[in-house]
Design a protein around this ligand. Sequence first.
Ligand code: NAD
Ligand code: ZN
Length: 366
Amino acid sequence: MDMAAERRVITVALGDRSYPVIVGPGVIDVAGKQVRRDGYEGKVVVVTQRAPKRFFGPRLTSSLRNAGLEPRFVLLPEGEKAKTWDRVSMLHDFFMGEGLDRWSPVIALGGGVVGDTAGFAAGTYMRGVPFYQVPTTLIAQVDSSVGGKAAVNHPRGKNVIGIFYQPKGVLIDTDTLATLPRRDLVAGLAEVIRYAAIADVRFYGWLERNLDGVLARDPARLTPMIRRCCALKAGLVEKDERDLTDIRALLNYGHTVGHAIEAAAGYGKWRHGEAVAAGMAVAARLAGIMGVLGSRSVARQISLLKRAGLPVTLRGVSTVKVLNCLKLDKKFRQGRMRFVLTEALGHATVFDGIDMGLVQRALTVP
Ligand SMILES: NC(=O)c1ccc[n+]([C@@H]2O[C@H](COP(=O)([O-])OP(=O)(O)OC[C@H]3O[C@@H](n4cnc5c(N)ncnc54)[C@H](O)[C@@H]3O)[C@@H](O)[C@H]2O)c1
Ligand SMILES: [Zn+2]
């Protein structure tokens, strides 16, 4: 497939909430121009964390200053504990302290934790201020920064307190992946493989052929790959902005079992992407057992995940624990469950009423 022809700017077309997703090397350096072109001036709050601030703060600062904007940085702590109501409130205090008004932009510079927390704070401050995403992890670049979901955690559940709030722009600088720890890069690839598996068989073939270059972080491979993912996500979000039909739900491929693994192992033990990879391997096997997906396609899914260095089994997490976590899922009812399965590579469908006995078999296959 001609991945080189993938557009540099992808539009998420949502009427008056439409916005561009700009992907490529050096994009941070044009962030200031982009914000200025949208008509904003004066103070800009950059919500970030230690690592992205250290690596990319200086470049973002010059870019904003060169466009006549005045950046103010505010730091969030690491990990899920940053995604809390208290931190949102702290951000609101900072916005007030800086005298932000309804036309003052907020920029999230970092991974999904920063994007979610900053997006929630920006979307609720004065009923919403202009918000930009500058994602710097692979997960954030291919998934969390596009689509407008922003949520923080409640002590009793992940991502329970949230809003739909579309950004004004998503600025993806592929150079930022150079400093990302390998484990995070690989975990992000699980979401990439997911897009191909549910929506684009040609992209799947491209990934099979280009995986080594992607793992070596070859910019000529990363840029078209991320563009393709954003274009696919944009297409799904345009058809189902608020996740009301089965369309956006297809993105949950591998996630039902993935979430159960994350919970059964104890949060923080597995990276989200790793658990999703194992979840997709289980879903592929389940589709195989049900006769929905051919054995060659099952094998292709498992082999690409393995080659990427991702888990395709429960890796010691107890099957019983995973099953028990699945039974707490809202998609579980009377011994049966709803799953996104692939019927062919590049085609996913929601299946209802799948017998848990079959799920158990798919979980326990070697
Ligand atoms: N809103 C959505 O649609 C959506 C979708 C998927 C995931 N998420 C959320 O995203 C979060 C996970 O995001 P994540 O995987 O990006 O993790 P993360 O945001 O915790 O980032 C991982 C770590 O990498 C550091 N980092 C960021 N960029 C770096 C870089 N370029 N080089 C070196 N270090 C860097 C961060 O500071 C952090 O310590 C979860 O909370 C999840 O719920 C949201
Ligand atoms: Zn995910």
